[in-house]
Unconditional design. Structure first.
Length: 249
């Protein structure tokens, strides 16, 4: 019963969203910021479906570019193979190219990019060139203890990177993917000291990015220590609030 009520709430939210949409046909570009394990990918996917926005995840971009064997993809591959971060002069053109494509005409949900202040500044300049601008930057705030717990229990399947969790989403058969039967593994940087280091780097970089968007009055913060449905509802509230202000302005 509870889930039914929630579903109805969502429909109402979506309904009003579409009203604003019709009134104002401007595209909507949203950025989701959140540490690894915050559920950013899941939420970005849902937002993209609800609002007909294109979901642009930086991880997927690289994956796609590798498969297409594009020039940028081949360049990026070298860094990924070495376990290094792909430099900005490859990442930024990849993201911008996707924003320029017809599929992004209604707007985009950016997930995993920008992750540094320099990237955020370049993104702004590039969007301006395209006569668009970032509407909202939403930070999914999750406590460090919660992240450690979530990441430490995370497993991926070898065939398709389907995600499992020992506590939140255990596989039906131990160590095997429900969907394709391949073996599950844990990412080395999801556990122990490597993960702790990854989080420290993440929080250091993100503080600057958050300050940047806060100064522009574009930052919204959503408590990510809740269920997927609750987080989604709060995200929609923030977006609807923004859109109703825009419509009045
Ligand atoms: Zn799988």
């Amino acid at each position: 019963m509870a889930s039914l009520v929630l579903l109805m709430c969502h429909n109402k939210v979506v309904g009003s969203t579409h009203l604003f949409w019709k009134r104002k046909r401007k595209e909507m570009d949203i950025l989701l910021i959140g540490p690894p394990g915050a559920g950013k990918g899941t939420q970005a996917e849902k937002l993209s479906q609800l609002l007909s926005l294109r979901h642009i995840a930086s991880g997927d971009l690289f994956h796609k570019a590798f498969e297409e064997q594009s020039e940028l993809g081949l360049k990026a591959r070298r860094y990924v193979d070495l376990g290094e971060l792909v430099p900005d002069d490859i990442t930024i053109p990849m993201v911008i190219r996707h924003i320029e494509e017809p599929e992004s005409i209604q707007g985009v949900v950016l997930d995993g990019f920008p992750r540094t202040l320099a990237q955020a500044q370049t993104l702004d300049a590039e969007l301006q060139r395209l006569d668009r601008q970032l509407d909202l930057a939403i930070y999914l705030k999750v406590s460090r203890e919660e992240l450690l717990q979530r990441l430490a229990g995370r497993f991926f399947c070898q065939a398709n990177q389907h995600v499992y969790h020992t506590k939140f989403r255990p596989p039906k058969v131990a160590d095997r993917c429900d969907l394709d039967g391949s073996k599950l593994y844990q990412r080395p940087d999801d556990a122990g000291e490597a993960m702790r280091r990854r989080l420290v780097i993440y929080f250091n970089q993100t503080t600057q990015v958050l300050d940047y968007y806060r100064e522009q009055h574009k930052l919204r913060v959503v408590d990510g220590n809740q269920s997927i449905d609750q987080v989604q509802e709060m995200l929609m509230n923030e977006i609807n609030d923004y859109m109703s202000r825009e419509a009045k302005a």
